[in-house]
Design a protein around this ligand. Structure first.
Ligand code: M6R
Length: 613
């Protein structure tokens, strides 16, 4: 849950590293650090807080050097403070390590190394890596320092356990970096006379779009002249870089004040790009056999947070279009509950990042049970895509804001496609119905482009309610998970208390929390449940709620005597409507947070990818 960047090249590495760290702040931002190799010595600067603090400290220290590494941290072992920030040093101070993940056996190793005389300066698990490499260097074979370091790192990998990716820089090996990957992300950017090591592509995308995605157990060495990949067996391995088509501009804010706002506006394009890749040969596209898809009797969806809410909506899609029973589990729960070993079962893992530890764990469990696994994922080459049997990529581009928006609507779009293909494969829907529904789906990005125009109205409405201490979100049927998502989004970015409920449930308890002025956002598309939603509005309003309906023009007209305000969205049909309705709630969360002066893109206590359990 941290960001790593390393640079070797012909230029001063400092600006590359600071800039790369800024691009990686979404991975953690409680402290940051940098180590630069200058005239044979390592200069390390570290600071608590965001990368901007490190930048100030680095300007003062003014290190200069052509090789360096940096790190932005989200604490797992040891509180956020300067001593616990990376890079971590060995006893000599000549060798530094930046690390993402957890070293599970660090206490045992720390004791062992302390007994050998190593002095620890932090509470972190990471520091043991630096000392262990230092220890292993004493006996490491090799003709050159580069070979000795390589062998010492390899030996270290055999001694540590857990999920980790780390980078090493040693003063004795100028123009030389080592990267290691095991169950945490690590990528290499291949430039001209310069190469990069990072946790994610945006860290160096400004400089190169040629990327090598490391696999678990692999190691890589970088010099300014080239990159060498080593397999699990320590032998050199040929590789073909992937060309990333996202440009740097796409990965940046594009003129919006916050990534979250930009990403809400990205949604029409994201849906279009996601649909562009879905072909008629769906099985081939996702890498699963058509026969397996046709025979499915059960679908298990596993995910966390917003992706879990996408899974909840998908249950309605798959059961409706394919007639296959679906269970939806929080990945962290699936891992630890008894899951019956049912036949012909597909586990679908939904994850924007593809690095969420709980979701990866749930996938592994599904595989142990003999289920086929399919990832719905946004990040090319991420862990989940490599672990699953097949992947259906959402193509929404990098999502930088911690609060997920465009990834959610792209996930819903992909899950809708999945449901249609499963229904066609098993004959639950005819080819004619499939074609009709698919044609409707292709109009979704047009509806989305209309929907994002509601920002001004939502912004205006939040002015009335943003100071409220507590918010309610109500939906029914396929819009119930959207109510949950609206509440999560608001909590996440505005730190307000918010809850989502199935509208039919409020009279069974939740209505008691309503008091004068409680903002109650009600999702009420003009479908067969409209009248029931109208009753829910009346019940809440009678108890003092300030009712805001998310509905169509016609719905707003019909509901006018039972609501206080309406957010009017276009209507795309019963099952596509949740994908439009959620946009109202995304803007609602954004503008409430903005009025409250919150740190919208990096809310307190959160990180973009939760790569630890
Ligand atoms: O990368 P993933 O989709 O696996 O992440 C899952 C959740 O951590 C994520 O959706 C989280 O809930 C978001 N910050 C919500 O906006």
């Amino acid at each position: 849950m941290c960001g790593i960047i390393g640079y070797v090249g012909k230029k001063n590495s400092v600006p590359y590293i600071i800039d790369g760290l800024k691009k990686l702040e979404y991975r953690g931002y409680d402290s940051a650090g940098i180590s630069i190799l200058q005239d044979g010595h390592l200069i390390t600067v570290r600071a608590v807080g965001k990368v901007a603090e490190l930048e100030k400290a680095t300007l003062l220290a003014n290190p200069q050097g052509q090789s360096g590494i940096g790190h932005t941290r989200w604490a797992t072992h040891g509180k956020p403070c300067e001593e616990n920030s990376h890079p971590h040093r060995d006893c000599s101070g000549d060798l530094v390590v930046v690390h993402n993940g957890i070293i599970e056996n660090f206490l045992t190793l720390r004791e062992k190394l302390s007994a050998l005389g190593h002095k620890f300066k932090s509470e972190t698990d990471t520091e043991v890596i630096a000392h262990l490499i230092e220890e292993n260097l004493k006996t490491a074979p090799g003709q050159t320092n580069q070979e000795r370091l390589f062998n010492a790192v390899r030996k270290t990998n055999g001694e540590i356990s857990g999920a980790y990716a780390y980078g090493v820089l040693w003063a004795q090996t100028p123009d030389f970096l080592i990267g290691v990957k095991n169950q945490s992300p690590m990528v290499v950017g291949l430039g001209k006379n310069e190469n990069f090591l990072a946790s994610d592509v945006p860290a160096f995308l400004k400089h190169t779009n040629k990327v090598l995605f490391l696999e678990d157990g692999e190691m890589v060495t970088l010099t300014s002249k080239g990159v060498t990949l080593f397999g699990k067996d320590g032998q050199e391995k040929p590789f073909k870089p992937t060309k990333i088509t996202w440009d740097q501009k796409t990965a940046e804010k594009g003129g919006y004040e916050h990534f979250m706002l930009k990403e809400i506006y990205d949604q029409p394009q994201a849906i279009e790009d996601t649909l562009r890749t879905a072909q008629t040969d769906f099985g081939k596209l996702v890498g699963l056999k058509m026969g397996d898809l046709r025979a499915l009797q059960n679908v298990h969806i596993v995910a966390c947070g917003t992706a879990y809410h996408a899974g909840l909506v998908a249950k309605y899609y798959i059961e409706n279009f394919a007639g296959i029973p679906v269970t939806v589990d929080l990945a962290s729960e699936y891992k630890y509950r008894t899951v019956p070993r049912t036949p012909h079962t597909l586990a679908v893992a939904v994850s924007q990042s593809g690095e969420t530890a709980d979701t990866i764990g749930a996938v592994r469990k599904a595989q142990e049970l003999g289920f086929k696994t399919l990832a719905i994922c946004n990040v090319l080459g991420s862990t989940i895509t490599r672990v699953c049997d097949g992947t259906f990529y959402t193509h929404c581009g990098p999502e930088i804001s911690v609060a997920s928006t465009k990834a959610f609507t792209s996930q819903l779009t992909s899950l809708y496609v999945l449901a249609l293909f499963l229904g066609k494969a098993n004959g639950n829907i005819s080819a004619t119905v499939f074609n009709k529904l698919y044609k409707e789906l292709l109009t979704l990005s047009k509806y989305m482009a209309e929907t994002v125009k509601i920002e001004y109205d939502v912004r205006h409405i939040t002015k009335k309610v943003y100071k409220a201490p507590h918010f309610l979100f109500l939906g029914r049927n396929v819009n119930f998970p959207i109510a949950l998502e609206g509440a999560l989004k608001l909590k996440e970015v505005s730190y307000r208390s918010a809850e989502g409920f199935a509208a039919g449930e409020i009279k069974h308890g939740p209505i008691s929390i309503i008091e004068k002025g409680t903002p109650t956002i009600v999702l009420m598309p003009p479908d067969e449940l409209f009248e029931k939603m109208l009753s829910a509005c009346q019940e809440c309003r009678a108890r003092g709620a300030f009712v805001i309906a998310v509905t169509t023009q016609e719905g707003a007209q019909k509901a006018k005597d039972c609501i206080d305000k309406a957010i009017v969205v276009p209507y795309a049909g019963e099952f596509l409507q949740p994908i439009l309705n959620v946009v109202a709630l995304q803007f609602f969360a954004y503008w409430t947070a903005k009025r409250l002066g919150c740190d919208i893109d990096q809310p307190r206590n959160l990180a973009k990818s939760v790569t630890v359990e």
